[in-house]
Design a protein around this ligand. Structure first.
Ligand SMILES: Cc1cc2nc3c(=O)[nH]c(=O)nc-3n(C[C@H](O)[C@H](O)[C@H](O)COP(=O)(O)OP(=O)(O)OC[C@H]3O[C@@H](n4cnc5c(N)ncnc54)[C@H](O)[C@@H]3O)c2cc1C
Length: 464
């Protein structure tokens, strides 16, 4: 059955997240016909903003939420040109409020300054000896010394595991060295959030595409490339619904978690170097619980948004609460309702994805224990499920203890004589890794590679 018959020179794009949309936008702007095949019934992938209470005042990002270092971030500039409003992040790395479950008391701002300060104090010394550590866990343990405070262990693990997505025991020891200064510079560099959420970026990126150029609800299961060089069209994509699409090239933008699970068959198979890189690079677990309330009962000053941590007993890779009210309105000028996001990583995140009801109950119990006098039940809650979704199987890529230099580059390389290209947040490098900007840039790069191949084979480009 052929549901849609694209021109045989269409470029088939598997995945309608930022990488897929940026590739499609670039190709279309250059006159190349495209068809985006998306497994979910919506575009955006790991960018997903939900109006939690359904009243246009509680738009909360369940996936990407921050634009880091916004002055140099192309995502910010795209949104800025479209008139979107951004707000500085409420997250502060110095002076976060910490509530200790064991003692049932607030630890005061000095506790978090002390933990971050310790990391900084030992940073240079440890960097030189990085080869002595087998994992980020060993590095943190050495930083904290023989008898660390509970809140220090908790804070450093939570922050680093949220940043990288992977458990400290499986994270490469050098990642903290590379990213530590970014941590400290967050405020100076200016991390921002988007008023009304990241959905504004999806609207912007999908605007040039016609309905006929996007097919939703099509889970791709097989990608095959004709063995005969002259075969036309060379690429065939088949979905779980039995639908078959043909095109000149395929750009694969599915998350690394999907590639790891091998739920898409490649014929001929992917080269061994690519398969090894896919397995060696880590893909972490981060989930969110979004909550909207009538009153911001967690604030000491009702006008001042605030963020805080709950240090569990025993110390576990727990998360933090972020007051996202300032960006929860529907767009520029609109006021948001009092909203919190609870964000957690690794084992806790996997538990949240599998047990959303229990997770919401736990988060509410924690809030009540922190604010016994003022706590109020929420109006509405939503839990993310990135780890359990077959379309993501995790949150974002990280350098695991097994990852080798060059693995991310190998992941981004085309295969099958250039007929299959790869894009997505794991195909970037350096600062372009595991984030929206990385996905955006990787999609443009894959589109450019297709354009280059057309320039080589077709003196005149087709116009779609
Ligand atoms: C909880 C969380 C918090 C984050 N926070 C931030 C942040 O603050 N800032 C930031 O910059 N980044 C953040 N990120 C990372 C950011 O969301 C991603 O890096 C980016 O959205 C990845 O885009 P992508 O296009 O590469 O992948 P995706 O957005 O995952 O797009 C891939 C698409 O492929 C589709 N797909 C999968 N399998 C199939 C299949 N078999 N057939 C067809 N379609 C398929 C998926 O449904 C999806 O739409 C966060 C991510 C998560 C999960």
């Amino acid at each position: 059955m052929i549901a849609t018959k694209p021109a045989s020179n269409s470029v088939l794009i598997v995945g309608g997240g930022i990488a897929g949309l940026s590739a499609a936008k670039r190709l279309k702007a250059n006159g190349i016909p495209v068809l985006v095949l998306e497994g979910r019934d919506r575009l955006g992938g790991r960018v997903h903003t939900i109006d939690v209470a359904g009243d246009q005042t509680s738009w909360i990002d369940m996936g990407a939420a921050f634009i880091d270092d916004h002055q140099t971030n192309s995502v910010f500039h795209l949104l800025n040109e479209s008139g979107a409003e951004v707000r500085p992040t409420p997250v502060r790395l110095f002076g976060q409020r910490l509530f200790d479950q064991r003692s049932s008391r607030w630890l005061g701002r000095r506790a978090s300054v002390s933990a971050i300060g310790k990391l900084g104090w030992r940073f240079h010394k440890l960097r030189a000896k990085s080869s002595d550590f087998a994992s980020l866990h060993e590095r943190i343990t050495a930083m904290l010394g023989a008898r660390p405070k509970r809140e220090d262990v908790y804070l450093l693990r939570s922050m680093l595991e949220l940043l990288h997505g992977g458990p400290a025991e499986n994270t490469h020891p050098n990642v903290s060295a590379k990213n530590y200064w970014e941590y400290l510079n967050y405020q100076e560099k200016g991390t921002v959030m988007i008023k009304g959420g990241y959905r504004l970026l999806i609207d912007l990126m999908s605007e040039p595409l016609l309905d006929s150029e996007v097919v939703l609800g099509q889970e791709v299961e097989r990608i095959s490339i004709a063995q005969v060089a002259s075969a036309s069209p060379p690429a065939v994509v088949e979905t779980s619904a039995g639908t078959r699409f043909e095109g000149s090239h395929v750009i694969v933008t599915v998350p690394l978690g999907v590639l790891k699970a091998e739920s898409i068959t490649f014929d001929p198979p992917l080269p061994a170097a690519k398969r090894d890189a896919i397995q060696r690079i880590g893909f972490g677990h981060v989930e969110k619980v979004a909550l909207t309330f009538t009153n911001p009962f967690w604030r000491s000053d009702p006008q001042k948004p605030t963020d805080f941590f709950h240090v569990p007993d025993p110390v576990a890779p727990h998360g933090m609460f972020i007051d996202v009210s300032p960006v929860a309105g529907s767009g520029p000028g609109d006021l948001g309702a009092p909203c919190l996001t609870y964000i957690c990583g690794t084992a806790t995140a996997q538990w949240v994805a599998d047990n959303p009801d229990a997770a919401v109950a736990q988060v509410l119990a924690d809030l009540e224990s922190m604010f016994p006098q003022t706590f109020e039940p929420p109006i509405a809650t939503v839990c993310s499920a990135w780890s359990s979704s077959p379309f993501s199987r995790g949150c974002y890529p990280y350098a695991s203890v097994d990852t080798r230099p060059g693995d991310f580059a190998v992941l981004g390389q085309p295969t099958h004589s250039g007929s299959i290209l790869f894009a997505g947040d794991a195909c970037g490098d350096g600062t372009f890794l595991g984030n929206v900007e990385g996905a955006l840039v990787s999609g443009e790069r894959a589109a450019d590679a297709v354009l280059d191949s057309f320039a080589l084979t077709w003196p005149e480009r087709p116009h779609g």
